[in-house]
Write a protein that binds this ligand. Structure first.
Ligand SMILES: [Zn+2]
Length: 375
Protein backbone atom coordinates (compact mmCIF):
# COMPACT_ATOMS: atom_id res chain seq x y z
CA UNK A 1 0.00 0.00 0.00
CA UNK A 2 1.47 3.36 -0.97
CA UNK A 3 2.12 5.94 1.71
CA UNK A 4 0.90 4.05 4.74
CA UNK A 5 2.83 4.35 7.96
CA UNK A 6 3.06 1.77 10.72
CA UNK A 7 2.80 2.90 14.34
CA UNK A 8 4.70 -0.06 15.75
CA UNK A 9 7.60 0.58 13.36
CA UNK A 10 7.63 4.30 14.22
CA UNK A 11 7.59 3.41 17.93
CA UNK A 12 10.42 0.90 17.67
CA UNK A 13 12.55 3.25 15.57
CA UNK A 14 12.05 6.19 17.94
CA UNK A 15 12.90 3.97 20.93
CA UNK A 16 16.02 2.76 19.15
CA UNK A 17 17.26 6.31 18.52
CA UNK A 18 16.32 7.48 22.04
CA UNK A 19 18.38 4.57 23.44
CA UNK A 20 21.54 5.99 21.84
CA UNK A 21 22.90 8.85 23.94
CA UNK A 22 23.65 11.77 21.60
CA UNK A 23 24.75 14.90 23.41
CA UNK A 24 26.02 17.71 21.16
CA UNK A 25 29.46 16.72 19.88
CA UNK A 26 28.82 13.00 20.50
CA UNK A 27 26.18 12.07 17.92
CA UNK A 28 28.36 9.63 15.95
CA UNK A 29 26.63 6.42 17.11
CA UNK A 30 23.13 7.84 16.61
CA UNK A 31 24.01 9.11 13.12
CA UNK A 32 25.47 5.70 12.30
CA UNK A 33 22.18 4.09 13.34
CA UNK A 34 20.27 6.49 11.08
CA UNK A 35 22.62 5.77 8.15
CA UNK A 36 22.44 1.98 8.77
CA UNK A 37 18.63 2.08 8.70
CA UNK A 38 18.70 3.66 5.23
CA UNK A 39 21.18 1.04 4.00
CA UNK A 40 18.95 -1.75 5.37
CA UNK A 41 16.04 -0.27 3.42
CA UNK A 42 17.92 -0.07 0.11
CA UNK A 43 18.89 3.61 0.10
CA UNK A 44 22.33 5.20 -0.03
CA UNK A 45 23.06 7.65 2.79
CA UNK A 46 25.78 10.24 2.30
CA UNK A 47 27.98 11.12 5.26
CA UNK A 48 28.75 14.85 5.23
CA UNK A 49 31.57 15.73 7.58
CA UNK A 50 31.46 18.71 9.91
CA UNK A 51 33.95 20.04 12.47
CA UNK A 52 31.98 17.91 14.98
CA UNK A 53 30.03 14.67 14.33
CA UNK A 54 28.87 14.06 10.73
CA UNK A 55 25.52 14.87 9.14
CA UNK A 56 23.57 12.14 7.33
CA UNK A 57 22.05 13.16 3.98
CA UNK A 58 19.85 10.97 1.75
CA UNK A 59 18.84 12.23 -1.69
CA UNK A 60 15.99 10.66 -3.64
CA UNK A 61 16.18 11.93 -7.22
CA UNK A 62 13.01 11.30 -9.18
CA UNK A 63 13.11 13.33 -12.37
CA UNK A 64 12.77 17.03 -13.02
CA UNK A 65 10.89 19.05 -10.46
CA UNK A 66 11.33 20.99 -7.27
CA UNK A 67 13.34 19.89 -4.25
CA UNK A 68 11.97 19.32 -0.75
CA UNK A 69 14.37 19.24 2.20
CA UNK A 70 13.26 17.39 5.34
CA UNK A 71 15.46 18.39 8.28
CA UNK A 72 15.92 17.31 11.89
CA UNK A 73 18.64 17.03 14.52
CA UNK A 74 19.66 13.95 16.52
CA UNK A 75 21.51 15.72 19.34
CA UNK A 76 19.73 16.27 22.64
CA UNK A 77 20.20 18.66 25.53
CA UNK A 78 21.92 17.24 28.63
CA UNK A 79 19.66 15.11 30.87
CA UNK A 80 18.11 17.23 33.63
CA UNK A 81 17.86 15.96 37.23
CA UNK A 82 14.71 14.22 38.42
CA UNK A 83 13.72 11.74 35.70
CA UNK A 84 11.19 9.09 36.84
CA UNK A 85 12.84 6.58 34.49
CA UNK A 86 16.18 6.20 32.78
CA UNK A 87 16.24 8.98 30.13
CA UNK A 88 17.46 6.49 27.48
CA UNK A 89 15.27 3.45 28.26
CA UNK A 90 12.33 4.68 26.17
CA UNK A 91 9.56 3.83 28.65
CA UNK A 92 6.17 3.27 27.02
CA UNK A 93 2.97 4.40 28.74
CA UNK A 94 -0.14 4.21 26.56
CA UNK A 95 0.39 6.55 23.61
CA UNK A 96 3.44 8.09 25.21
CA UNK A 97 7.12 7.33 24.85
CA UNK A 98 9.25 8.89 27.58
CA UNK A 99 12.87 9.63 26.77
CA UNK A 100 15.49 12.30 26.30
CA UNK A 101 15.05 13.60 22.77
CA UNK A 102 11.73 11.75 22.34
CA UNK A 103 10.00 14.88 21.04
CA UNK A 104 13.05 17.18 20.62
CA UNK A 105 13.45 15.69 18.18
CA UNK A 106 14.21 12.05 17.44
CA UNK A 107 10.52 11.38 16.68
CA UNK A 108 10.70 14.19 14.12
CA UNK A 109 13.78 12.58 12.57
CA UNK A 110 11.92 9.24 12.50
CA UNK A 111 8.95 10.84 10.70
CA UNK A 112 11.39 12.20 8.10
CA UNK A 113 13.02 8.75 7.73
CA UNK A 114 9.72 6.95 7.19
CA UNK A 115 8.48 9.57 4.72
CA UNK A 116 11.74 9.44 2.77
CA UNK A 117 11.51 5.65 2.43
CA UNK A 118 7.85 5.88 1.37
CA UNK A 119 8.73 8.34 -1.41
CA UNK A 120 11.66 6.19 -2.53
CA UNK A 121 9.22 3.27 -2.85
CA UNK A 122 6.40 5.20 -4.58
CA UNK A 123 8.15 6.96 -7.41
CA UNK A 124 5.08 7.11 -9.69
CA UNK A 125 3.31 9.40 -7.26
CA UNK A 126 5.66 12.38 -7.51
CA UNK A 127 8.46 14.13 -9.41
CA UNK A 128 11.46 16.08 -8.19
CA UNK A 129 14.04 15.54 -5.49
CA UNK A 130 13.51 14.71 -1.83
CA UNK A 131 16.42 15.30 0.53
CA UNK A 132 16.52 13.85 4.05
CA UNK A 133 18.94 15.54 6.45
CA UNK A 134 19.82 14.47 9.97
CA UNK A 135 22.12 17.09 11.46
CA UNK A 136 24.16 17.48 14.64
CA UNK A 137 24.77 20.06 17.36
CA UNK A 138 21.47 21.95 16.97
CA UNK A 139 21.13 22.34 20.73
CA UNK A 140 24.54 24.01 20.98
CA UNK A 141 26.08 25.86 18.02
CA UNK A 142 24.21 24.37 15.04
CA UNK A 143 27.52 23.12 13.64
CA UNK A 144 25.59 20.53 11.58
CA UNK A 145 23.14 22.88 9.86
CA UNK A 146 25.82 25.50 9.25
CA UNK A 147 28.12 22.89 7.69
CA UNK A 148 25.34 21.48 5.50
CA UNK A 149 24.61 24.99 4.21
CA UNK A 150 28.30 25.81 3.63
CA UNK A 151 28.59 22.50 1.71
CA UNK A 152 25.93 23.76 -0.67
CA UNK A 153 22.58 22.20 0.24
CA UNK A 154 19.89 23.55 -2.11
CA UNK A 155 16.13 23.14 -2.02
CA UNK A 156 12.90 24.92 -2.89
CA UNK A 157 11.11 24.03 0.34
CA UNK A 158 12.18 22.92 3.80
CA UNK A 159 10.26 21.33 6.67
CA UNK A 160 12.08 21.24 10.01
CA UNK A 161 10.16 18.59 11.96
CA UNK A 162 10.47 20.16 15.41
CA UNK A 163 7.67 19.58 17.91
CA UNK A 164 5.48 22.68 17.58
CA UNK A 165 2.00 21.07 17.32
CA UNK A 166 -0.77 22.34 17.62
CA UNK A 167 0.73 25.21 15.64
CA UNK A 168 2.64 25.51 12.39
CA UNK A 169 5.56 27.85 12.97
CA UNK A 170 6.32 30.18 10.06
CA UNK A 171 8.97 32.41 11.57
CA UNK A 172 11.17 32.96 14.57
CA UNK A 173 13.18 35.50 16.45
CA UNK A 174 16.91 35.61 15.72
CA UNK A 175 19.74 35.49 18.20
CA UNK A 176 23.04 37.32 18.49
CA UNK A 177 25.46 36.79 21.34
CA UNK A 178 27.51 39.82 22.34
CA UNK A 179 30.56 39.44 24.57
CA UNK A 180 31.95 42.53 26.28
CA UNK A 181 35.45 42.19 27.61
CA UNK A 182 36.28 44.91 30.13
CA UNK A 183 39.95 45.54 30.82
CA UNK A 184 40.79 47.76 33.79
CA UNK A 185 43.82 47.92 36.06
CA UNK A 186 44.40 45.96 39.28
CA UNK A 187 45.20 47.82 42.49
CA UNK A 188 45.07 47.27 46.26
CA UNK A 189 41.46 47.40 47.38
CA UNK A 190 42.31 50.03 50.02
CA UNK A 191 43.75 52.32 47.34
CA UNK A 192 41.20 51.99 44.55
CA UNK A 193 42.23 55.30 42.99
CA UNK A 194 45.40 53.59 41.83
CA UNK A 195 43.45 51.15 39.61
CA UNK A 196 40.56 50.95 37.18
CA UNK A 197 37.77 48.72 38.53
CA UNK A 198 36.63 46.49 35.68
CA UNK A 199 33.61 45.29 37.71
CA UNK A 200 32.35 48.85 38.27
CA UNK A 201 32.92 49.80 34.64
CA UNK A 202 31.25 46.58 33.45
CA UNK A 203 28.24 47.32 35.69
CA UNK A 204 27.81 50.74 34.03
CA UNK A 205 27.83 49.01 30.64
CA UNK A 206 25.20 46.47 31.76
CA UNK A 207 22.94 49.24 33.11
CA UNK A 208 23.00 51.09 29.79
CA UNK A 209 22.55 47.91 27.73
CA UNK A 210 19.45 47.03 29.78
CA UNK A 211 17.95 50.41 28.79
CA UNK A 212 18.48 49.93 25.04
CA UNK A 213 15.35 50.01 22.87
CA UNK A 214 14.71 46.60 21.27
CA UNK A 215 13.61 46.03 17.70
CA UNK A 216 9.90 46.19 16.93
CA UNK A 217 8.02 43.81 14.64
CA UNK A 218 4.29 43.23 14.26
CA UNK A 219 4.56 39.44 14.67
CA UNK A 220 7.91 38.48 16.15
CA UNK A 221 8.87 39.52 19.69
CA UNK A 222 12.35 40.88 20.45
CA UNK A 223 14.06 40.41 23.82
CA UNK A 224 17.42 40.65 25.50
CA UNK A 225 19.10 38.99 28.50
CA UNK A 226 22.36 39.47 30.34
CA UNK A 227 23.48 35.82 30.53
CA UNK A 228 26.59 36.22 32.64
CA UNK A 229 28.80 38.78 34.36
CA UNK A 230 32.12 37.43 35.56
CA UNK A 231 34.59 39.60 37.42
CA UNK A 232 37.01 39.51 40.32
CA UNK A 233 38.49 36.50 42.03
CA UNK A 234 36.43 33.55 43.26
CA UNK A 235 38.77 33.51 46.26
CA UNK A 236 38.49 36.42 48.70
CA UNK A 237 41.27 38.93 48.10
CA UNK A 238 41.46 42.70 48.54
CA UNK A 239 42.29 43.52 44.94
CA UNK A 240 40.48 45.74 42.45
CA UNK A 241 39.34 43.42 39.60
CA UNK A 242 41.25 44.11 36.43
CA UNK A 243 38.90 42.18 34.12
CA UNK A 244 35.21 41.61 33.62
CA UNK A 245 33.39 39.60 30.99
CA UNK A 246 29.73 40.09 30.15
CA UNK A 247 27.63 37.94 27.83
CA UNK A 248 24.44 39.42 26.35
CA UNK A 249 21.93 37.34 24.39
CA UNK A 250 19.94 39.50 22.03
CA UNK A 251 16.85 38.02 20.39
CA UNK A 252 16.37 39.98 17.18
CA UNK A 253 13.54 40.67 14.74
CA UNK A 254 13.71 41.10 10.94
CA UNK A 255 15.65 44.29 10.21
CA UNK A 256 17.90 43.97 13.26
CA UNK A 257 21.11 42.74 11.68
CA UNK A 258 24.30 41.93 13.51
CA UNK A 259 25.61 45.33 12.34
CA UNK A 260 22.61 47.19 13.81
CA UNK A 261 23.01 45.48 17.19
CA UNK A 262 26.77 45.96 17.32
CA UNK A 263 26.41 49.67 16.43
CA UNK A 264 23.99 50.06 19.35
CA UNK A 265 26.36 48.28 21.72
CA UNK A 266 29.39 50.25 20.51
CA UNK A 267 27.45 53.50 21.00
CA UNK A 268 26.87 52.45 24.62
CA UNK A 269 30.60 51.83 25.07
CA UNK A 270 31.51 55.16 23.47
CA UNK A 271 28.94 57.02 25.59
CA UNK A 272 30.41 55.66 28.84
CA UNK A 273 33.76 57.44 28.37
CA UNK A 274 35.12 54.69 30.58
CA UNK A 275 38.73 54.68 31.76
CA UNK A 276 38.60 50.91 31.10
CA UNK A 277 38.89 49.36 27.67
CA UNK A 278 35.68 47.62 26.57
CA UNK A 279 35.98 45.26 23.59
CA UNK A 280 32.90 43.85 21.90
CA UNK A 281 32.74 40.61 19.92
CA UNK A 282 29.92 38.34 18.65
CA UNK A 283 30.86 34.73 19.38
CA UNK A 284 28.80 31.89 17.87
CA UNK A 285 26.06 30.80 17.70
CA UNK A 286 24.36 33.32 15.43
CA UNK A 287 20.84 32.91 14.08
CA UNK A 288 19.19 35.50 11.83
CA UNK A 289 15.46 36.04 12.40
CA UNK A 290 13.19 34.66 9.69
CA UNK A 291 9.62 34.51 8.48
CA UNK A 292 7.87 32.95 5.53
CA UNK A 293 4.87 34.55 3.84
CA UNK A 294 1.71 32.92 5.26
CA UNK A 295 0.46 32.71 1.65
CA UNK A 296 3.53 30.79 0.44
CA UNK A 297 2.62 27.48 -1.24
CA UNK A 298 4.50 25.53 1.45
CA UNK A 299 2.46 27.10 4.25
CA UNK A 300 -0.83 26.71 2.38
CA UNK A 301 -0.07 23.03 1.66
CA UNK A 302 0.79 22.37 5.33
CA UNK A 303 -2.38 24.16 6.48
CA UNK A 304 -4.46 21.93 4.21
CA UNK A 305 -2.65 18.83 5.44
CA UNK A 306 -3.23 19.90 9.05
CA UNK A 307 -6.93 20.48 8.44
CA UNK A 308 -7.25 17.05 6.80
CA UNK A 309 -5.32 15.26 9.56
CA UNK A 310 -6.75 16.97 12.64
CA UNK A 311 -10.16 18.17 11.41
CA UNK A 312 -9.60 21.76 12.48
CA UNK A 313 -7.64 24.71 11.13
CA UNK A 314 -4.01 25.17 12.12
CA UNK A 315 -2.81 28.17 14.04
CA UNK A 316 0.18 29.84 12.39
CA UNK A 317 2.71 31.02 14.94
CA UNK A 318 6.16 32.57 15.27
CA UNK A 319 8.71 30.88 17.53
CA UNK A 320 10.32 32.83 20.36
CA UNK A 321 13.22 30.35 20.27
CA UNK A 322 15.74 29.75 17.50
CA UNK A 323 16.36 26.51 15.61
CA UNK A 324 18.05 25.28 12.46
CA UNK A 325 15.02 26.67 10.57
CA UNK A 326 16.54 30.15 11.03
CA UNK A 327 19.61 28.94 9.14
CA UNK A 328 17.91 27.05 6.29
CA UNK A 329 15.57 30.02 5.77
CA UNK A 330 18.04 32.90 5.96
CA UNK A 331 21.49 31.49 5.21
CA UNK A 332 20.44 28.91 2.58
CA UNK A 333 17.45 31.02 1.40
CA UNK A 334 15.07 28.02 1.44
CA UNK A 335 11.46 28.84 2.36
CA UNK A 336 11.11 26.97 5.67
CA UNK A 337 8.47 26.12 8.24
CA UNK A 338 8.43 24.06 11.41
CA UNK A 339 6.01 21.24 12.16
CA UNK A 340 6.45 17.86 13.82
CA UNK A 341 5.14 15.24 16.29
CA UNK A 342 3.75 16.60 19.54
CA UNK A 343 4.94 16.02 23.07
CA UNK A 344 6.08 17.94 26.11
CA UNK A 345 8.75 18.51 28.75
CA UNK A 346 11.53 19.17 26.29
CA UNK A 347 14.69 20.53 27.92
CA UNK A 348 13.32 19.17 31.27
CA UNK A 349 12.98 15.78 32.94
CA UNK A 350 10.31 13.30 31.74
CA UNK A 351 10.26 14.45 28.11
CA UNK A 352 7.66 12.49 26.11
CA UNK A 353 6.21 12.23 22.64
CA UNK A 354 2.73 11.19 21.60
CA UNK A 355 3.44 8.21 19.34
CA UNK A 356 0.40 8.40 17.02
CA UNK A 357 1.38 12.00 16.24
CA UNK A 358 4.50 10.65 14.49
CA UNK A 359 2.15 8.95 12.02
CA UNK A 360 0.10 12.15 11.73
CA UNK A 361 3.27 14.06 10.86
CA UNK A 362 4.16 11.41 8.25
CA UNK A 363 0.69 11.75 6.70
CA UNK A 364 0.93 15.53 6.64
CA UNK A 365 4.45 15.63 5.17
CA UNK A 366 3.33 13.14 2.53
CA UNK A 367 0.39 15.34 1.54
CA UNK A 368 2.61 18.44 1.40
CA UNK A 369 5.29 16.76 -0.72
CA UNK A 370 2.76 15.22 -3.14
CA UNK A 371 1.14 18.66 -3.52
CA UNK A 372 4.41 20.56 -4.11
CA UNK A 373 6.28 17.83 -6.05
CA UNK A 374 3.42 16.46 -8.21
CA UNK A 375 3.84 13.59 -10.66
ZN1 LIG B 1 15.12 20.73 18.70
Amino acid sequence: MPFTYDLSEATALTRALVAIKSYPGAEHACQQAVADWFVRHGMTPEIWQTSAAPNVIVKIHNGDGPTMLLNGHVDTVLAAEGWDCDPWEGRLDGDRLYGLGACDMKSGVVANMLVTRAFAQNRDAWRGTLIFSSVVDEEAYSIGANAMIEQGIRADYCIVSESVHPTINIGATGKILVRAEVIGKAAHGFMPWQGINAASEGAKFVTKVDELPLGKHPRIPASQSILSFLSGSAQYVVTIPEKAEILVSRQTVPGETREVVMKQMQDVVDGLNSPATIRLTTPPPYYPPFEIDPKHALVVAMEHAYQDEWGEPAELRYSTGVSDANLTAELAHIPTLLYGPWGDNFHQCNEWVNLPSIISSCNMFTAVIRKLLPA
